[in-house]
Ligand binder design. Structure first.
Ligand SMILES: Cc1cc2nc3c(=O)[nH]c(=O)nc-3n(C[C@H](O)[C@H](O)[C@H](O)COP(=O)(O)OP(=O)(O)OC[C@H]3O[C@@H](n4cnc5c(N)ncnc54)[C@H](O)[C@@H]3O)c2cc1C
Length: 417
């Protein structure tokens, strides 16, 4: 049974490490999952401390996601966390495929009424950090070192870390630990290996992820399906556009000069009637090896995993941050109940509830990867089946509606989040 009565220490805010040695929940990681969870717990009156390895400036500038599904936005809105997002984000419900030199627009949003909200991850992280630290006086310790969850299978877990300024080690005793520390999670590593099953899918494909200081050259999202390799254009802001170019896994970004990038983008995104690409300075250039994984179950003892510590979906389908926030909202509700009433039913159901959506999105990512990379696979069979899927998507409203149902997300019952 839970040590549900661990109270939020009174006056426990600010960033003074010496003060706090006990709280209800220690959250490791201040990405979208950790910050969402911190806001939800704080609003429920549950004491928490967030431990983050990087500085606040760093997490507020780290570029990554851009698309947030509407049901996630509505759930954040319900928690009072979406004001700026709703004010500033563009909405998108159509996608353009460039294939065989032609443009094909699919508008799945007209069937479900759902949209993608275009809101760069750094802006969302900035909003979530401001809501928790500046507005609510929540406690985040930035740039902490050597974070170690301990006693996770006892009813007295704790998390220790080294203060970056003083080098002094601190220990925070707590009732629960939330591992929201991303793909290289120390929280996950603290769980005995034989208590977890980790399933992984490697696509054997790399993507050169680019941010260009250039205005978008099309409305919204464009996918280029080409035998030279997949490419994509995604409007981020009026001044910045995200591009992707398929490349060999492990490729060195230095192999991609400014000229080579723009030459390749022009070739792969060429289509009759398409607007010429507006070129600009490349401000981010990273090679991502496309892979997915799922950790089951998403917790052990008093430690629960949320977001990329538990599952990674390659950015092919723009799902990772949506799932991370979904986990955080479910975990926030379950931990809130456990800490205030002692009822751990929600915690017992947490992993299964998250994994249903995780597997649904993994399946979609795999499907979409086959469609996007068929033309460049060098395998006539894979190219042929990808073409068949595309023709069906372009010709059939039912296929477009089904595509939209998972790509844009369905109107989830957000009252439960
Ligand atoms: C190029 C790209 C584009 C993407 N586009 C989309 C998209 O459009 N839509 C979408 O939904 N998703 C997208 N994603 C995925 C999305 O960015 C991630 O799924 C999301 O960041 C996961 O959030 P998280 O909170 O689980 O993990 P993270 O964002 O990784 O946050 C984890 C935090 O934990 C901290 N941390 C790590 N280790 C420790 C430690 N030992 N101690 C303390 N702190 C620690 C890290 O510094 C970090 O701040 C994209 C990803 C990439 C790379």
């Amino acid at each position: 049974m839970a040590d549900a009565a661990v109270p939020a220490p009174s006056g426990f805010s600010g960033t003074s490490a010496e003060e706090a040695h006990r709280t209800s929940v220690v959250i490791i990681g201040a990405g979208p999952a950790g910050l969402t969870l911190a806001n939800v717990l704080h609003a429920a009156g549950v004491g928490c401390v967030v431990l983050e390895a990087e500085s606040r400036e760093f997490i507020e500038q780290r570029p990554r996601a851009g698309f947030i599904e509407e049901w996630v936005v509505r759930a954040l809105e319900r928690h009072g966390l979406a004001d700026r997002l709703l004010e500033r984000a563009e909405r998108q419900r159509a996608f353009e495929f460039r294939w065989g030199g032609e443009r094909h627009v699919v508008e799945p949003g007209r069937f479900s009424g759902q949209s993608h909200f275009v809101y760069p991850q750094p802006l969302l992280v900035t909003d979530l950090a401001a809501a928790y630290v500046d507005a609510a006086g929540g406690d985040i310790r930035f740039r902490v070192r050597d974070v170690r969850p301990e006693g996770i299978d006892t009813d007295r877990p704790s998390v220790s870390y080294t203060d970056p300024e003083t080098g002094v080690r601190h220990r925070i005793d707590c009732a629960y630990i939330a591992g929201c520390d991303g793909a290289r999670s120390v929280a996950r590593a603290a769980i005995p290996a034989d208590e977890l099953r980790i399933s992984r899918l490697d696509y054997g494909i790399g993507w050169l992820a680019l941010l260009a200081e250039a205005p978008p050259s099309a409305e919204g999202v464009v996918f280029g399906l080409h035998e030279r390799g997949f490419s994509a254009h995604m409007a981020r802001t009026p001044e910045v556009t995200r591009y992707y170019l398929e490349c060999p896994p492990g490729d060195d970004p230095a192999n991609w000069s400014h000229d080579r990038i723009w030459r390749e983008l022009r070739a792969r995104l060429a289509a009759t009637g398409a607007q010429p690409l507006a070129e600009g300075r490349i401000i981010e250039k990273t090679v991502l090896d496309m892979h997915n994984y799922v950790v089951e179950p998403m917790g052990y003892g008093r430690l629960y995993l949320a977001g990329e510590s538990a599952h990674l979906v390659a950015p092919i389908a723009a799902k990772g941050m949506n799932l991370a926030i979904h986990d955080a909202l479910l975990l926030g509700r379950a931990l809130g109940t456990a800490c205030t009433t002692g009822d751990e039913d929600g915690l017992a159901r947490y992993s299964d509830a998250c994994l249903r959506k995780v597997w649904q999105y993994q399946e979609f990512s795999q499907w979409l990867s086959d469609v996007m990379h068929g033309a460049s696979s060098g395998d006539r069979f894979r190219a042929g089946t990808a073409e068949a899927r595309l023709r069906q998507l372009f010709a059939s409203d039912a296929a477009a509606a089904a595509f939209g149902e998972t790509y844009l997300g369905t109107a989830t019952d957000i009252e439960t989040l």
